[in-house]
Write a protein that binds this ligand. Sequence first.
Ligand code: PRP
Length: 210
Amino acid sequence: MRYLTFALAKGRLAEQTMELLEAVGITCMEMKEKTRKLIFVNEEQKLKFFLAKASDVPTYVEYGVADIGVVGKDTLLEEKRNLYEVLNLGFGTCKMAVAGPTSMKEKLKQGHSLQVATKYPAIATDYFYHKKQQTVEIIKLNGSVELAPIVGLSDVIVDIVETGKTLKENGLTVLEEITPISARMVVNRVSMKIEHERIKTLIDEIRQQL
Ligand code: PRP
């Protein structure tokens, strides 16, 4: 039997995924240890697990080095890889939103040409250009995006809002909601055919747990 390989977004998402997999009888003792390793194997069940940066998970799955991936919907929308999205796992819930100082709410509504800072340029482009038909300037950042409107780099941001604490503590608010986000299971298109029975059984078992 060949290995079935999972690419997981390292951190909290991977931990929650392993808890869910344990509930359907899939375990990996090695992963519970405090380690910097990136690949883990369960020889008895012929399973492998990669821990990857979230934004790289769809890439590992599209290229087929991993059969299955678990990653946030935000990453899937941003990376636009050719994959099957098979399950909404229901955890890692948050929302993608346009945020900024309340003074921007009217300008945003009136369709002004604003500067938008974001870690998600594809999502921001889809939202403003395709959904709202609004011309904006998108400024790509890599983190702590809330800083941008405070220091005058941008008018608003497009970012993940989970508890809303980061926005609140920086004097910003949600101005428009773009889409709800949660963890999704994705499958490589070829793996879905060649490992159909194994993957289908797994999806069915997980679905029953949700
Ligand atoms: C994320 C996101 C927000 C924050 C939202 O950032 O980009 O900044 O969490 O969470 P909250 O609504 O619960 O405050 P992350 O912690 O991943 O760091 P980063 O901005 O440096 O990427």
